[in-house]
Design a protein around this ligand. Structure first.
Ligand SMILES: *[C@@H]1O[C@H](CO)[C@@H](O)[C@H](O)[C@H]1NC(C)=O
Ligand SMILES: *[C@@H]1O[C@H](CO)[C@@H](O)[C@H](O)[C@H]1NC(C)=O
Ligand SMILES: *[C@@H]1O[C@H](CO)[C@@H](O)[C@H](O)[C@H]1NC(C)=O
Ligand SMILES: *[C@@H]1O[C@H](CO)[C@@H](O)[C@H](O)[C@H]1NC(C)=O
Ligand SMILES: *[C@@H]1O[C@H](CO)[C@@H](O)[C@H](O)[C@H]1NC(C)=O
Ligand SMILES: *[C@@H]1O[C@H](CO)[C@@H](O)[C@H](O)[C@H]1NC(C)=O
Ligand SMILES: *[C@@H]1O[C@H](CO)[C@@H](O)[C@H](O)[C@H]1NC(C)=O
Ligand SMILES: *[C@@H]1O[C@H](CO)[C@@H](O)[C@H](O)[C@H]1NC(C)=O
Length: 758
């Protein structure tokens, strides 16, 4: 199992191909294990828990290296052992769990304006000592500190509560941190134990970002204001992070082969100790709470009041594809914004079709129609239409526009193949079933990417016209594109595979064609052959939407410092919107139909209303422990997640339906009625809230008791119950949706409802 980048332009895919197997040391079948210890059981003969951990390890192996000792995210350590040694360690006193490490992958301006955060409403989120004292920790590929997005001009002293450090290493000195980039650490222990020493001529053994992803996510969350930011002229404007007053701390945990969970856990462990306020994690999680180091580390962070925002995954449009689904994590899907980069494919028959492109270069096409050929007719390969490297026949494509289909290699590589074979331009089309989602790419030659519908028509033309010709016109940047947002096809969707009675993702935020800072070590396509260097790059993924929410959490925390992570998430969710201004539901690119809460959760974030949500659904650590009891976790599993010695009360009736979540998911599994309870806390003025319930189908009846909640003062709590009466005979796989909204006339506190039949 690997954690991966959640950006769709994931250059590391290229590298993954070469890393099929892991390095094995000493010939023994060793693996990296994460060992959870019951810290409270330390015998009094030890002065320090690290000595106890070491002694426990020595009792099974004389030579095993202690890769990390963890103090915050978990109590325990990481080491390399044989399976026999691991089994033996499990029987030692005080050892709760011995788990094998996983490898994870990264999931791979205009957005502040699109979110309604223009300079004119600075009054909503004023710069205060709180806003500039918040630190957003970013777990990713590191940072390019020279980027203007991390300039500290105009920033005050580093907050006194900050305990982080700037660690030196390859091409990185401690003096590269400043009052904006307040911390930079790297975690290579797990990587090196497994793969061997970092090859410092290939990647920096330091916080330096040789990849781009970490620089992009960090600047999206909290980058400084940079005027005239653009990629090759596209998306030109003022770039700034969502919480641009806040500070950035980076924890480099991802390397060329991926992100090893012992390193990720070490990053979270340090981030907690360093006193970050927000953690932004654009990496794929896995879907059990007690084996997923992101979920486990996030629990400890949540307990310290740290808001943890994670990407939902780029595994859409399949259902059940959402990751990072622990209820103490805010899970962020991706939508488009109102900006596009159109590029016309013009055909010899006079028709033209709009695709997208970020091509900019000297080798522009002559202003006339050129011969046009389908790659499947110009290849030495049976699947030549996919334009794999080495398959195009130069004599057939030279001087022509070439049509390739997506699905083989990365779009930028396809462009390289066409250019290498002498093609002058490229039309890249989605094949059947790939839909209308297209990737804007900084191609090496004039190119446009079109969706399935236009692709089918263009393919028919090039295959049937006796003398096909075409041209490509790159149109640049357009804004105010409507409708927007659209749910991205790649954005991972519910239902929630592990706990179907908790709705995930929680919400969506901008994640398509996002402009943000980039590494100086790689070109915009991320390919080693791309010698261009850019200060900003445009990429897509839930990796990009996650840091938007991290930044928004910092904005809300600056106005409401006392709010818990759950309160912040509640405010973002209950004020999110899921219709356009004309009242029509937000559309899903993948289906071309209105999206549902399984795609958009509570909807698209709306920061200007989130700041004043009226009511919030709060949650404490105790509530999450009750949730684990409701999942029938025994005490050792609970301890793995929470580190605490917590025993569920066998006389208590725990139910997932009672977790005070700001959304409702009901998994129909035989019964006709399902009862949920919720408690809202008043964070507005006195007021009387009435409920409005909608249900999309007659197969579900929703009734709320009581229907009016009166609040006299701030922080007053009121509870209500919801009964869902369903037609349990509907076929498995059916879904139905609705909403529960409380309003006092000034605030609307909306929760989505998603019912699924299993
Ligand atoms: C490090 O990478 C360089 C460039 O690919 C290679 O020439 C060198 O042999 C590598 N060093 C080690 C120790 O693998
Ligand atoms: C470190 O910087 C030097 C000089 O800029 C460069 O040649 C080298 O490739 C860099 N190493 C890495 C791993 O980025
Ligand atoms: C970007 O916009 C600024 C003005 O806002 C302008 O001065 C600059 O030339 C533009 N750059 C590009 C590459 O279009
Ligand atoms: C594209 O087609 C439309 C009609 O479908 C036409 O009005 C327009 O002029 C065409 N544009 C170009 C650049 O050929
Ligand atoms: C092009 O390939 C298609 C199948 O992909 C085939 O039907 C057609 O005859 C070919 N055309 C030429 C001119 O080779
Ligand atoms: C908890 O459950 C796990 C998995 O079923 C089991 O291995 C472990 O022994 C149990 N622990 C306790 C304390 O019951
Ligand atoms: C957990 O706490 C109970 C009482 O609170 C105690 O009896 C028990 O020994 C503790 N267990 C562990 C594993 O620390
Ligand atoms: C526990 O909750 C379930 C589901 O709400 C209910 O059916 C059951 O009667 C409850 N049991 C007790 C002992 O309260």
């Amino acid at each position: 199992m690997t954690y991966s980048f959640l950006s769709s332009t994931a250059p590391f895919f290229v590298v993954f191909l070469y890393l099929g197997s892991c390095h094995v040391s000493d010939g023994a079948q060793q693996a990296t294990y994460i060992v959870h210890m019951a810290k409270s059981q330390m015998p009094s003969s030890f002065d320090h828990h690290s000595l106890w951990y070491d002694s426990s390890l020595r009792s099974v192996s004389e030579s095993a290296e202690m890769i990390y000792t963890y103090n915050n995210a978990i109590h325990g350590f990481a080491t390399r052992l044989t399976p026999e040694e691991a089994d033996s360690l499990m029987t030692q006193p005080g050892v709760i769990s011995v788990r094998t490490e996983q490898r994870h992958e990264l999931h791979t301006t205009r957005t502040p304006l699109f979110l309604g955060l223009d300079v004119h409403n600075g009054g909503l989120f004023p710069e205060t000592s709180t806003s500039s004292n918040l630190v957003i920790g970013v777990l990713d590929t590191g940072i390019w500190p020279e980027s203007k997005s991390f300039s500290d001009e105009g920033y005050g002293p580093i907050p006194s509560t900050w305990k982080g450090e700037c660690e030196a290493g390859t091409n990185f000195t401690a003096s590269l941190c400043n009052r904006k980039l307040v911390g930079a650490r790297f975690f290579a222990g797990g990587y090196e134990a497994r793969v061997g020493p970092v090859n410092e001529s290939m990647e920096s053994r330091s916080p330096r970002d040789d990849e781009g992803h970490g620089t992009h996510t960090a600047s999206t969350a909290a980058g400084s204001v940079v005027e005239g930011a653009n990629l090759l002229g596209f998306a030109n404007g003022t770039a700034r992070g969502i919480a641009y007053h806040a500070r950035v701390a980076v924890y480099k945990v991802c390397w060329q082969p991926g992100c090893f969970s012992s390193d990720m856990l070490a990053g979270i462990d340090k981030a907690i100790e360093d006193n970050v306020n927000i953690l932004s994690i654009s990496l794929s999680g896995i879907t059990t709470y007690y084996t997923d180091d992101i979920a486990i580390g996030a629990f400890a962070a949540m307990e310290r009041g740290i808001f943890v925002s994670c990407s939902a995954g780029n595994f859409g449009p399949s259902p059940f594809s959402v990751t990072n689904i622990a209820p103490w994590i805010t899970t962020v899907g991706a939508g488009t914004i109102d900006r596009d980069f159109p590029a016309l494919a013009i055909l010899g028959n006079g028709k033209n079709y709009t695709g997208v492109s970020l091509f900019k270069g000297d080798d522009e096409l002559p202003a006339k129609l050129l011969p046009f050929i389908y790659a499947g007719n110009a290849s030495n390969d049976a699947i030549g239409y996919l334009c794999f490297p080495g398959t195009l026949i130069p004599e057939k494509v030279k001087g022509k526009i070439v049509m390739c289909d997506t699905g083989g290699v990365a779009p930028a590589i396809i462009g390289e193949v066409v250019k290498g074979a002498g093609g002058l331009g490229m039309i890249l089309a989605n094949l059947a079933g790939k839909g209308e989602e297209v990737q804007a790419e900084a191609h090496f030659l004039p190119a446009t990417a079109v969706g399935e519908k236009a692709g089918d028509i263009i393919r028919r033309y090039v295959l049937t016209d006796p003398n096909p010709t075409a041209s490509i016109v790159i149109q640049g940047t357009v804004v105010n594109v409507q409708p927007s947002p659209l749910v991205a096809g790649f954005s991972s969707r519910g239902p929630n595979l592990i706990t179907p009675n908790i709705l995930k993702p929680d919400l969506i935020a901008p994640g398509v064609n996002i402009l943000a800072a980039w590494t100086g070590a790689l070109g915009p396509t991320g390919l080693a052959s791309d010698t261009r260097r850019v200060e900003f790059n445009i990429i897509s993924g839930t990796s990009m939407s996650c840091p938007h929410v991290s930044g928004l959490a910092a904005l809300l925390k600056s106005v409401h410092p006392e709010w818990s992570p759950a309160a912040i998430r509640s405010a973002l969710m209950t004020t999110a919107y899921n219709t356009y201004k004309d009242g029509k539901r937000i559309m899903d690119i993948a289906t071309g139909k209105p999206s549902t809460p399984f795609e958009h959760g509570a909807g698209h974030v709306s920061p200007t209303t989130a700041v004043n949500p009226g009511l919030i659904y709060d949650l404490t650590t105790a509530d999450y422990l009750d949730f684990l009891c409701a999942l029938n976790y025994n005490s050792s599993r609970i301890r793995v997640v929470s580190r605490g010695n917590y025993t569920c009360d066998s006389s208590k009736n725990y139910s997932v339906a009672d977790l005070n979540y700001p959304s409702f998911a009901v998994n129909v599994d035989g019964s006709d009625t399902y009862k949920y309870t919720r408690t809202v806390t008043n964070v507005g003025g006195a007021g009387s809230y009435s409920v409005k319930v909608t249900s999309e189908t007659t197969a579900v009846k929703i009734s709320v008791q009581p229907t009016v909640l009166n609040f006299k003062e701030v922080n007053e709590k009121k509870s209500y119950s919801v009964t869902f009466t369903v037609d349990s005979s509907k076929p498995s796989g059916s879904n139905s949706f609705g909403s529960i909204e409380w309003s006092d006339g000034k605030h609307v506190v909306a929760s989505p409802v998603a019912i699924s039949w299993t």
